[in-house]
Each structure stands twice: as structure tokens, then as C-alpha cells.
Write a protein that binds this ligand. Structure first.
Ligand code: SF4
Length: 366
């Protein structure tokens, strides 16, 4: 590794150069983000969890609403899960919200309401891995704890011209070592944020703006004119497409919704009934079968009202939504946590998965 090949003195000087250049650049150009205006460990924790796999611009309104409604660990610990899921609605990866709540309960009951400071203690909480623990520990508590996310990996790969040549774990270990070596004693949180900021705004995956980069004079990939070789790209696995039919069933101006089982995918969220189309089935046949299975009832379909396309992490959904009428007086739903007839004015109070939110919007705004 380039780090290892250099003599001790040279490494020291190189590391100092990176720290100085990056921190100076960060002080001048850092983005004005709401979680950067606070030192409150709880708010920083919430922001870090929301930022996992989610873009900054998407997170901002969610973060602002969350800290306004649930401003403390105690408030979060005492909040009902439905309120938490509603605040998280549309942000995806709902286990993050549930783990925040679980952790808040542990902190509330066992830690006097204080978020732990060290990486080791933080990692004992649900939903906090090494990266998130490092970010919280360094940013909120000023401890010397490294971080390594996708942005930082890319920056290191280019700075030191190193690639993952098939042994992902040794590549990761090497990058963690670099992150640890580079981290200054003073301002570790700012340095970590500067690295992430560089990856997010300058050293981007495609077309990095090297001419504006504060470390271009010491970046090995830039100096060798080989930026596009780092990091090596893996073949993208195309995500699976799933076709789903869903039904809007109304009765006396109330609409039927059901809650997904708590321990399953997107557990605890509400949805319109329906399901995956099976081989050889039409969309209408699929919906009639699903309603028969889920509600133990028969429907007539009047018309298709919309098609919704939504991409989740590992699959794409095409959701075909139909207006339907119940043919039976009694329904006997099964396979769900609970079910309700809800007035349109109350529909928005329930948390739905992102694709279903579009049906709610259609019903409440038409
Ligand atoms: Fe990334 Fe270019 Fe800066 Fe190197 S010079 S760290 S490749 S933006």
C-alpha cells in the first residue's frame, strides 16, 4: 500500500498535509446543513441514522420535522411506534426508525438518558455499526474515532491509488487503517466530515472536479492521470421487477386499509390490499385472488385508476391500482396485523410505504 511504502517521516508529513488542506477547505466551503448547527448528541445521532443510504437533500426536511416533534431521547423513547413510522414515511429502510426507538428505550432505561460516547458502547445499540458509531463519537463528542462510508472509500481509493482486487475484507481493513492513521487528535469530527464532504461534492463517483480539489497536489490518482481507474467498478446487478395489483375498496365513504405484520418487511406500515401477480395471471385476476386470500371476500373491479413505479433497494415495483366494489357484506381479513375502514380525511394519519403514499395522495387530493 502507498502508505506503507513511504518512510515514517514522509508519511507523517503527507498525513499532516492532507489534514491541513482538508480542514482549511472544509472551513471555507462546507455546506450549511441543519445538523451542523448543533452539538446535541441526540440530534447528530438522528441525522447519521437518516443519512445512511439516503441523500442529504432528502434527509433535511425529515430531520427538521423529527427534531421538532421528538427533540429528546426521552420523547423518542415514549413516542408510539405509529408516530415514529409516520415521521419516517417515505424515507425507506424503516428498520432504522424502529432501531432508533429501541435504542432510545435502552438509553432511557439503562443509561440515565445519555447517549454513550465511545465507538464500542455505541455499537452495542441497535442499528449502530462501526461507521455510524465513529461519526457520532467524533462529531458529537470530539473523540478520535474514524469513519469509512462510500464517499470516504472512494476518496482513499483515489488518493492512494488502491483498489479492491477481489479480497473485499482486506481492502476494507486497509481503508479503516488509513482512516485511523489520518485522523487528527484535534477536530476529528470536522476532519471526518471534511472527508465525507469531499467525496459527496468534489471527488464524486462520475466526473470528479479535481481542479477544485484541495488535495489534488498530493492525490496519487490525479498525479498519475488515472482517476477513472479508482475505485474499480463492480458490475451492477440489475434489480428485480415485481408487478403488483392493489385495490381501493370503499364503503360508506370509508376506505379499507390493513397493517403489515410487525416482524415482516416494512412491518407496522399500512397498505391497500393486493399482491404480486403470478405467472399467467392478468392484473385483474391477480387482484381478485389476492383479495380472496387476504379478506376472504369477492370483489368486482370497475376501473384502473393509476400505475405507480417505485424503486426499492433490491427490487422495482410496478403497482397497478384499481377501484373495486365488495360483493360480500362481511370481510374476514387475515395475514395482517390489523385492518380498518378509514375516512379519507383520516387516511393521512397512517404511515404507508412510499408507493402506497401515492395512492393516499390520489385519494385525498382528487
Ligand atoms: Fe478525488 Fe480528484 Fe481530489 Fe484526487 S484530486 S481526491 S481524484 S477530486
Amino acid at each position: 500500500m502507498p502508505q506503507k511504502k513511504k518512510s515514517g517521516q514522509k508519511i507523517l508529513k503527507y498525513n499532516q498535509d492532507i489534514r491541513r488542506k482538508l480542514l482549511t477547505w472544509y472551513d471555507k466551503t462546507k455546506r450549511d446543513l441543519p445538523w451542523r448547527k448543533t452539538k446535541d448528541p441526540y440530534s447528530i445521532w438522528v441525522s447519521e441514522i437518516m443519512l445512511q443510504q439516503t441523500q442529504v437533500k432528502t434527509v433535511i426536511p425529515y430531520y427538521e420535522r423529527w427534531v421538532k416533534i421528538l427533540p429528546t431521547i426521552d420523547k423518542l423513547a415514549n413516542a408510539p411506534e405509529q408516530k415514529i413510522l409516520k415521521l419516517w414515511e417515505g424515507l425507506g429502510y424503516y428498520s432504522r426508525a424502529k432501531n432508533l426507538k429501541k435504542s432510545a428505550l435502552i438509553i432511557h432505561k439503562k443509561m440515565n438518558g445519555n447517549l454513550p460516547k465511545t465507538v464500542k458502547d455505541l455499537q452495542n445499540l441497535p442499528g449502530i455499526g462501526r461507521y455510524t458509531a465513529g461519526a457520532i463519537s467524533s462529531i458529537a463528542f470530539g473523540l478520535k474515532a474514524p469513519v469509512l462510508d462510500g464517499n470516504v472509500k472512494r476518496v482513499f481509493s483515489r488518493l492512494f491509488c488502491i483498489n479492491d482486487n477481489g479480497t473485499t475484507s482486506s481492502f476494507e481493513n486497509c481503508l479503516w487503517e488509513i482512516a485511523e492513521d489520518l485522523l487528527p487528535v484535534r477536530r476529528p469530527g470536522d476532519f471526518n466530515q471534511a472527508l465525507m464532504e469531499l467525496g459527496a461534492t468534489v471527488c464524486t463517483p462520475k466526473s470528479p472536479t479535481c481542479q477544485q480539489c484541495p488535495v489534488r497536489t498530493i492525490c496519487h490518482a490525479f498525479l498519475k492521470d488515472s482517476v477513472n481507474k479508482f475505485p474499480s467498478t463492480k458490475k451492477k446487478i440489475s434489480s428485480k421487477k415485481i408487478e403488483v395489483s392493489a385495490g381501493i375498496i370503499t364503503k360508506n365513504k370509508m376506505v379499507y386499509i390493513q397493517q403489515r405484520v410487525k416482524n415482516g418487511l416494512m412491518g407496522g406500515l399500512w397498505e391497500f390490499p393486493g399482491g404480486k401477480r403470478e405467472k399467467g395471471e392478468s392484473l385483474e385476476e391477480c387482484l381478485k385472488r389476492e383479495i380472496k386470500e387476504e379478506l376472504r371476500a369477492t370483489i368486482e373491479i370497475s376501473e384502473k385508476v393509476m400505475t405507480i413505479k417505485h424503486t426499492y433497494t433490491n427490487f422495482r415495483v410496478i403497482l397497478h391500482v384499481f377501484d373495486c366494489q365488495l360483493q360480500d357484506k362481511i370481510i374476514r381479513p387475515n395475514g395482517c396485523e390489523q385492518w380498518k375502514w378509514v375516512s379519507l380525511s383520516n387516511l393521512k394519519k397512517y404511515p404507508f410505504p412510499a408507493a402506497n403514499v401515492k395512492i393516499v395522495k390520489y385519494l385525498t387530493e382528487k
